[in-house]
Design a protein around this ligand. Structure first.
Ligand code: GLC
Length: 553
């Protein structure tokens, strides 16, 4: 039987094959020493990223914000929050990144602003029906005196999706919609004024020289006409990734916005890119975000949410290449980010863990750290061999596990507060990363301050320890990234090996990839010359939860 060969959609733009490293600025490097990372900290660590071998960085939001949702609540889209520095610090960081050949993508949060944004403050002061209110989604309440919310929608962070305001005359007034926290009111994207404002914000950052945008909640900006009631099924994913028809996710109207933005980016040189954060139930729907005149990339969340299961993983890779290829877009690949349990823990979880749930001291099904790390390394070894663009999340190159024992009093994620502690939320993947084993805050800064406590066992994951250990996760990532670049694995075709067992096996040119997801060692081709192994091992059999890249002699 002929082996299935799949081709990455052709094209020369950098984003088709780039490895993009996500920086969560609060937790990357803290030059000021106040316990929260900053832009100057990033600039100081660019050499480390260059050495790691990434093509681009994506920075989670650093714009002016009251930080009610760690910066995803923006009060001024055209300035830097003093916590992170100044616009001059941003320009310096950008220049230094570019000088090293590293592109820079910034996070744009267009679905909602902070309640401290000037527009929302004006809306609160203005009357119902005014142009100021029309920039957001204000509605009269239901019930005799408008005392009930306009519909039954539930916020992603728990509780209702509407907040009632007090009108200027002191009477209880209208309600406004917030998909996330009440401090994050949703814009009304049917309003041309909102559209024009965001074109201008895009240009502000493009003029400064950014290479693109990661677009937050790119599936939520248009709500169904009439805002009809909707009840998700039990245990539904709060971002909507597992549900088909949700009146606030994936509405057709969002595509017009991205077609418009595509035209704005095309005014600029150098292949600027839009990458959408859109959680949708199928790959076919996800691919609609990257049709030729829309965004350039969209996160492959179906891949991220696939469990450690060979058949499921083969299927999602095959279907991803098909679905994105059908619209001429690269597939992206991602295993970790600031919203999900780190993959070195998640892949060994024994209990369901929907997005944003987190793991805390009392969570069921806590993962075994050794199994988790082996699977995490093997998963990355598979991922970085795939054609398309791959996203890494800071700290995964160290093999960091989720921080699972953060005491309740340190928690910061609004999810924790809005669910009365029923969901731990995302703090466990956001802890400042360790650079030096024997330094205050593991070298995150030189004062020892840290906005979330760092686990004691993280000394062994510190970058300086791993730098001196050829078997470390850091050494593995560097090797994978170097080979990927030299062999141009981000482009080209993939030929499947049909082995009929619990492996993921394919060939990229003369490089073969084999991952063992079964529960017993498997034989390796006697002709194999191993180029990279996700774990050191002896003998002629590939251990469980291990992956290799090899050529044939
Ligand atoms: C996205 C971000 C997440 C944030 C939410 C609201 O999902 O990744 O961190 O809380 O949007 O902006």
């Amino acid at each position: 039987m002929a082996q299935l060969e799949q081709f990455a959609a052709p094209g020369t733009q950098w984003w088709r094959s780039a490895v993009i490293y996500q920086i969560y600025p609060r937790s990357f490097a803290d030059a000021s020493g106040d316990g929260i990372g900053d832009l100057a900290g990033i600039t100081g660590r660019l050499d480390d990223l260059k050495e790691l071998g990434v093509d681009a960085i994506w920075l989670s939001p650093f714009m002016t914000s009251p930080q009610k949702d760690a910066g995803y609540d923006v009060a001024d889209y055209r300035d830097v929050d003093p916590l992170f520095g100044t616009l001059a610090d941003f320009d310096a960081m950008l220049e230094q990144a570019h000088a090293r050949g590293i592109r820079v993508i910034v996070d744009l949060v267009p679905n909602h602003s902070s309640d401290q944004h000037a527009w929302f403050q004006e809306a609160l002061k203005a009357a119902p029906g005014s142009p100021e209110r029309a920039r957001y989604i204000f509605r009269d309440g239901r019930g005799e005196n408008g005392e009930l919310p306009p519909n039954n929608w539930e916020s992603v962070f728990g509780g209702g999706m509407w907040e009632r305001v007090t009108e200027a005359d002191g009477t209880p007034g209208q309600w406004y919609l917030h998909i996330f926290d009440p401090t994050q009111p949703d814009f009304d994207w049917t309003n041309e004024e909102v559209r024009e404002e965001f074109r201008s914000i895009l240009r502000f950052w493009l003029d400064r020289g950014v290479d693109g945008f990661r677009v937050d909640v790119a599936h939520g900006m248009i709500k169904a006409d009439g805002l009809p009631d909707y009840s998700p099924g039990d245990g539904a994913d709060s971002m909507g990734g597992d549900q088909t028809e949700v009146p606030y996710w994936g509405q057709d109207g969002v595509h017009d916005i991205y077609r418009d933005w595509n035209r704005v980016l095309a005014e600029y040189d150098g292949d600027r890119a839009l990458c959408g954060e859109a959680w949708l139930p199928t790959l076919e729907r996800t691919a609609l975000w990257v049709r030729p005149d829309e965004m350039h990339q969209t996160f492959n969340f179906p891949y991220l949410t696939t469990e450690w299961d060979a058949a499921a993983l083969r299927a999602v890779i095959r279907d991803s290449l098909d679905a994105f290829g059908a619209v001429g877009a690269p597939s992206t690949w991602v295993l970790s980010n600031h919203d999900v349990v780190r993959h070195a823990s998640r892949l060994a979880l024994t209990a369901e863990n929907p997005q944003g749930e987190g793991i805390g001291p009392n969570s069921p099904g806590k993962p075994d750290p050794v199994i988790g790390l082996s699977r995490g390394r093997a998963a990355t070894t598979i991922m970085l061999a795939l054609p398309g663009s791959a996203y890494l999340y800071q700290g995964e190159e160290l093999g960091l596990p989720e921080a699972m024992e953060i005491p309740d009093e340190f928690r910061q994620d609004p999810t924790w507060f809005r669910t009365d502690g029923k969901r731990y939320g995302r703090d466990g993947c956001r802890v400042p990363i360790p650079w030096q084993a024997d330094a205050p805050a593991y070298g995150f800064n030189d004062t020892g301050a840290s906005w979330l406590p760092q686990p004691e066992e993280w000394a062994e994951f510190a970058r300086d320890v791993e730098e001196n250990d050829p078997t470390s996760t850091l050494a593995l990532y560097k090797q994978l990234l170097r080979e990927r670049r030299e062999r141009q694995l981000g482009l080209g075709s993939l030929v499947w090996h049909d082995r009929g067992d619990d492996t993921v096996a394919f060939r990229r040119g003369d490089l073969h990839v084999l991952a063992n997801l079964s529960d017993a060692p498997i034989d390796i081709d006697p002709q194999a010359r191993i180029v990279i192994a996700s774990e050191p091992f002896e003998g002629s059999q590939l251990p469980v939860d291990t992956a290799i890249w090899y050529t044939l002699n």
